[in-house]
Design a protein around this ligand. Structure first.
Ligand code: NAD
Ligand code: MG
Length: 395
């Protein structure tokens, strides 16, 4: 039996992970679950999966949870509070695998702690990797941790790599990666209507059911930008070797193009339980609960290049990785702030790339030489983006 810790258990990826784990009760033992605020979902998860310990980051919610479990079947459950405790449970000795499914920069320190502790890291939290880049990949290399991608595209690419492939190195014979994207809900909307779209429209993704932040990222295509950077890091490739391909049907989840002319693709229904089950069972296979792909129902598949005018966030992500150093950290932080402001109806959808671009122009790039530099840059970029948003609100 392997011990698993799920960081961000109450989110979309966390829930799907527990669904897959519950199908294999003889293989995985749930050691720890973490959540930020959603104690009702966490409570139900504890009843079903009996973790040894939980962490609730938000202090008030943690206090409510402790009251809630009194005189309940969970009264002996160990409950820890605060962000530091998330790092603690990610490195417990009886934890073998850590599902990194916190959204945003908040996931960096616990995911990095798991990597440093040599755990098998199942990486969904792309922001953590994008913001810390080589620092994260070097920590993985140094500890010998196994890093398995959960993002459907990167999991697909990993599956199309040679059999003994390990993340972090350039695979032999690979010419380029074809990173597929659905194009999100606004792929065909007239450009002049984009500034008026609402948060509700932006989070309604045509093919995938996900958390709010990544749904907005998919609508701006910043998600693909972050994924392009993620692919450069995970597979040690140059940005110009990552070709974004709009494929609205989301049947192919990405492809690897080899020097001999072979293109390998991974296909399946758009269900995150597939990459989650792949990583949990790796190097074997087990049931995920996903509906098998009905190839006859896939009438046709379309492929087209991404329109950088429609999706300036994708252009900004290419600029950030090409500039290098702390620029991806700045891009990520400004994006997190801008998306939150859009969801709170403080700025328009079309303001998101403006805030990010101006933040990138305001903060000079530095060499990303240490974790301290990363964390300071993240903080500064958030501050600058917040100021820009206030200025937008006052005009
Ligand atoms: P979500 O919003 O549904 O869930 C986020 C989880 O993180 C929740 O459990 C929440 O409690 C926790 N969390 C939020 N803020 C926190 C904080 N400050 N400190 C500690 N925990 C906090 O998000 P999601 O859609 O499950 O996405 C999670 C990650 O996986 C993101 O990085 C996303 O880009 C990535 N991802 C998601 C999908 C998907 O289908 N949902 C696909 C690919 C990659
Ligand atoms: Mg993805």
């Amino acid at each position: 039996m392997k011990g698993i810790c799920i960081l961000g258990a109450t989110g979309s990826i966390g829930v799907s992970t527990l669904d897959v784990v519950a199908r294999h009760p003889n293989l995985y033992n749930v050691i720890a679950l973490t959540a930020n605020k959603n104690i009702d979902v966490l409570y139900e998860q504890c009843l079903t999966h009996s973790p040894q310990v939980v962490v609730i980051v938000n202090e008030q919610k943690a206090a409510e949870f402790k009251t809630k479990i009194q005189n309940s079947p969970l009264e002996n459950l160990r409950v820890l509070v605060g962000a530091e405790s998330v790092c603690d449970v990610a490195t417990l000795p009886n934890v073998d695998s850590v599902m990194a499914a916190i959204v945003g920069a908040a996931g960096l320190l616990p995911t990095l702690a798991a990597a440093k502790a040599g755990k098998t890291v199942l990486l969904a939290n792309k922001e953590a990797l994008v913001m810390s880049g080589d620092i994260f990949m070097n920590a993985v290399e140094k500890s010998g941790a196994q890093l398995l991608p959960i993002d459907s595209e990167h999991n697909a690419i990993f599956q199309c790599m040679p059999a003994t492939y390990q993340t972090g190195v350039t695979a032999k014979g690979v010419r380029r990666i074809l990173l597929t994207a659905s194009g999100g809900p606004f792929r065909t909307m007239p450009l002049n209507e984009l500034s008026n779209v609402t948060p509700a429209q932006a989070v309604a993704h045509p093919n995938w059911d996900m958390g709010k932040k990544i749904s907005v990222d998919s609508a701006t295509m910043m998600n693909k930008g972050l994924e392009m950077i993620e692919a450069c890091l995970l597979f040690d490739m140059k940005p110009e070797q990552i070709q974004v391909v709009i494929h609205p049907q989301s049947v192919i989840h990405s492809m690897v193009d080899y020097v001999d002319g072979t293109v390998l693709a991974q296909m399946g229904c758009p269900d995150m339980r597939i990459p989650i089950a792949h990583a949990l069972a790796y190097p074997e296979r087990f049931e995920s609960g996903a509906t098998p792909l009905d190839i006859f129902a896939v009438k046709h598949m379309d492929f087209e290049p991404a329109d950088l005018q429609r999706f300036p966030c994708l252009r900004l992500a290419y600029e950030a990785i090409q500039t290098g150093g702390t620029m991806p950290t700045i891009l990520n932080a400004a994006n997190e702030i801008a998306v939150e402001a859009f969801l709170n109806e403080q700025i328009r959808f079309s303001d998101i790339p403006l805030v990010i671009e101006k933040t990138m122009q305001t903060i000079p790039m530095q060499k990303a030489g240490s974790l301290e530099i990363i964390l300071t840059t993240d903080k500064n970029a958030r501050f600058v983006a917040e100021q820009l948003i206030q200025n937008l609100a006052n005009t």
